[in-house]
Design a protein around this ligand. Structure first.
Ligand SMILES: C[S@@+](CC[C@H](N)C(=O)[O-])C[C@H]1O[C@@H](n2cnc3c(N)ncnc32)[C@H](O)[C@@H]1O
Length: 137
């Protein structure tokens, strides 16, 4: 949501982006990441069952802003021929549970995206859009 001065409500209240704030507060970081896990668990089985054919031809896949890797863990288990990589901010990747099927890359998607046959953005597209359009969310 955009405020009068062109900054998000979160930034207006806390003086920094939600991601920067979460990087300084491990408890918030954990709560947020676990909330994302809940969302992924409820959606990804339907994605795999209903649209599995989109993954068949891939040998590598990057989940940009993939959180602690719940989505790609499920995809990697369902499609073991795909090399799965999560890109997320360092404070998120640091807390990801180890998962042999998924590689984690800590970084900023605006600076670097690992090469792959395909990239996916789940509940992250708004960050890209807002940056591209200069409209904070
Ligand atoms: C709303 S969450 C979605 C998480 C996951 N894709 C899902 O659907 O469960 C957005 C994710 O984007 C990550 N993120 C935000 N800005 C980023 C950036 N500049 N580079 C990489 N990841 C970023 C956040 O840390 C967070 O994990």
């Amino acid at each position: 949501m955009q405020g009068k001065a062109g900054i998000s409500a979160f930034e207006r209240l806390y003086g920094e982006s939600m991601w920067t704030n979460a990087s300084k507060h491990p408890k918030l970081n954990g709560i947020f990441n676990n909330a994302m896990v809940g969302g992924a668990r409820s959606v990804v089985p339907a994605l795999i069952d209903g649209y599995g054919e989109v993954f068949q031809g891939l040998t590598s896949l990057v989940d940009i802003g993939g959180g602690i890797g719940t989505t790609l863990q499920s995809i990697a288990k369902a499609f073991p021929h795909i090399k799965c990589t999560v890109l997320d901010l360092p404070h998120v990747v640091e807390t990801a549970p180890s998962c042999p099927e998924v590689e984690f890359v800590a970084g900023n998607m605006f600076s670097f995206i690992p090469k792959a046959d395909a990239v996916m953005l789940m509940v992250t597209y708004h960050s890209l859009l807002s940056r591209a359009m200069g409209v904070p969310v």
